[in-house]
Design a protein around this ligand. Structure first.
Ligand SMILES: NC(=O)c1ccc[n+]([C@@H]2O[C@H](COP(=O)([O-])OP(=O)(O)OC[C@H]3O[C@@H](n4cnc5c(N)ncnc54)[C@H](OP(=O)(O)O)[C@@H]3O)[C@@H](O)[C@H]2O)c1
Length: 330
């Protein structure tokens, strides 16, 4: 194994609570392709290498395996619980009254933890699909976004935080107009928002909105998710690592374009959570943000390279009568 990274050398951001969160983490969504064992083996290697932030979710179907890795790392003394920042998410079929706590109870049991550092509402509506479904699959029970329904789910999140089972609570896959509709009704504002963010999809309005409200941002698909499920692929999708601005910086720094995407993310001010089961890649992903930053000119060029190219369109969550996936995003 390459020499590990001292976690104290990894930059961090400060949450509204004053607590720190590492500026980069590891994603754990196997995209319906990577077996739970492959993902948990990567998590074990990542802890050894110096990662401390892990982005989990009940729907990823691997929390049990990842939990065994956490338990072993904690038991062996390789890491202390307070040094880890572990997130999870409540899936769309567990929004109902009392269900959020049930969902978290299973997550905590699977992850072998007493609490998570952040718990997210994975999507802002209770629409779900069967694992591994194709892009045309529709659930006849799907409904449009409703602020009242969402706030009933959020009230359960607030109780969970008060009980100490989640140190922070957050939302995911939101839009500015959905946030405008729900924030006034939140007793506890989200500490974190998780959103799709990569050079070709920068969501500048939503990003600025969160920053202005003091909400920290985690960016998913930071490398442009080359191995995403087939249902999330469409012919016009842009490949981030092939953007000229990204390729140019990669050449100048003599690194893979994927690493340019991650450096850009951290210097832009959000937390990327790249997924990787390839040791040399996940090691490089952590290491790259501890050295050789992008220049102002390179940052500027990538900031201007946004193509508004959403990859996770979410069409499987559409309801009867919806025109197309853009309806999900207002
Ligand atoms: N909140 C949400 O709704 C939501 C939605 C989607 C994703 N997420 C989270 O975000 C995480 C990341 O997103 P993602 O997994 O879709 O996409 P991603 O991190 O953008 O891309 C992962 C892919 O990039 C490759 N890769 C990683 N590092 C590389 C490197 N240094 N050089 C070359 N290739 C590299 C990986 O292959 P190798 O394995 O071979 O390295 C893998 O195929 C997920 O795992 C999940 O935790 C959340």
């Amino acid at each position: 194994m390459a020499e590990s990274i001292d976690p104290r050398k990894v930059p961090s951001f400060t949450l509204p609570s004053g607590e720190k969160i590492p500026a980069i983490g590891m994603g754990t969504f196997g995209s319906d392709k990577y077996a739970p064992e492959a993902v948990s083996a990567a998590v074990a290697g990542a802890i050894r290498y110096g990662y401390r932030l892990f982005d989990c979710a009940s729907v990823y179907g691997n929390e049990d395996r990842i939990g065994a890795v956490f338990a072993e790392a904690l038991k062996s003394g390789a890491v202390k619980r307070e040094e880890l920042f572990i997130t999870s998410k409540v899936w769309n079929d567990m929004h109902g009254r009392g269900d959020v706590l049930l969902s978290l109870a299973k997550t905590l049991k699977d992850l072998r933890l007493d609490y998570v550092d952040a718990l997210f509402v994975h999507w802002p509506f209770p629409n779900y699909h069967a694992p591994g479904c194709d892009g045309d699959a529709r659930n006849p029970d799907s409904v449009p976004f409703s602020p009242e329904r969402f706030l009933a789910t959020w009230a359960q999140m607030e109780r969970i935080q008060k009980a100490g089972l989640a140190r922070h609570i957050g939302m995911s896959n939101m839009t500015v107009s959905k946030l405008e509709a729900v924030l006034p009704g939140c007793a506890v504002k989200p500490a974190l928002i998780e959103m799709e963010l990569h050079p070709a999809f920068q969501q500048p309005e939503l990003f600025r909105y969160c920053r202005n409200k003091g909400i920290s941002v985690i960016g998913f698909c930071p490398i442009g998710s080359p191995s995403r499920p087939e249902r999330d692929k469409t012919p016009g999708d842009i490949v981030d690592t092939e953007l000229p601005e990204v390729a140019h910086a990669a050449k100048a720094h003599n690194i893979h374009p994927a690493l340019v995407c991650l450096k850009w993310a951290v210097q832009h001010g959000h937390i990327p959570i790249p997924f990787s089961t390839t040791e040399k890649n996940y090691q490089a992903n952590l290491r790259c943000i501890t050295e050789d930053p992008l220049t102002e000119g390179e940052m500027d060029a990538i900031n201007k390279a946004d193509k508004n190219c959403r990859l996770v369109k979410g069409q499987v969550f559409l309801w009867e009568g919806a025109k197309g996936w853009a309806d999900l995003w207002d």
